[in-house]
Design a protein around this ligand. Structure first.
Ligand SMILES: [Zn+2]
Length: 205
């Protein structure tokens, strides 16, 4: 079975409780410590076996091998990817059964990361996720005052559109956000604007 490590918690010194996103499930598994076991880290794509455990309700994680990606040693890309995964983990906190969109999205990200700016790729991926969940507001109506936004688009947490005056934040040029929301492309946005969007994204999925 294959999945992405969403979260790990160390228990009893060296054992781990590991949360894993697979194609159709979010699993919580227990891994006993073993000196020869491969290292497990948040964001890793792993191949593994689930072992039923008759004495406990939590199943065991066995035979873990890491499936390497091309940007594993690019620290900045790896850090950004881990931030994305951590936010995804919180977002999926109550989930056990899941649409394969999420696993496929992470596969797509790991395939494209090498040749892309990580923050741009992850912001575009996040907009795809918002659309999939029906939370992408392309009509540009302010979530606070519920009036149409005519000028710049300010964005709140989860990229909710608002008037600049309603959330006391500088907005983005309308065409740039339109391109991002309609075509999932950051191409019109400057690096400074990408940094601002990244900070908003970091408030939570
Ligand atoms: Zn408003």
């Amino acid at each position: 079975m294959r999945g992405f490590v969403l979260h790990t918690v160390r228990v009893r010194d060296e054992d781990l409780i590991v949360r894993i996103l697979t194609k159709n499930e979010v699993l919580t598994l227990y891994r006993f410590y073993g000196a020869r076991h491969s290292y497990i880290n948040v964001g890793y794509h792993i191949d593994f076996v689930i072992e039923e455990s008759p004495k406990t309700t939590i199943k065991r994680l066995r035979n873990v091998t890491q499936l390497p990606f091309s940007f594993l040693f690019d620290l900045e890309k790896m850090l950004d990817f881990k931030i994305f995964i951590s936010l995804l983990n919180s977002h999926l906190s109550d989930v056990t059964k899941i649409d394969d969109f999420y696993y496929n999205l992470l596969i797509e990200i790991t395939n494209e990361m090498k040749n892309r700016d990580s923050k741009r790729l992850l912001i575009e991926s996040y907009v795809k996720l918002l659309e999939k969940e029906g939370r992408l507001h392309k009509e540009f109506e302010c979530f606070l005052c519920e009036q149409k936004i005519n000028g710049n688009i300010a964005l709140a947490r989860a990229f909710l559109p608002a008037h600049e005056r309603c959330i006391y934040e500088d907005g983005f040029e309308r065409e740039k956000i339109k391109e991002l929301f309609e075509n999932k492309k950051t191409i019109l946005l400057s690096d400074d604007e990408i940094d601002r969007l990244w900070k908003i994204f970091n408030l939570g999925m």
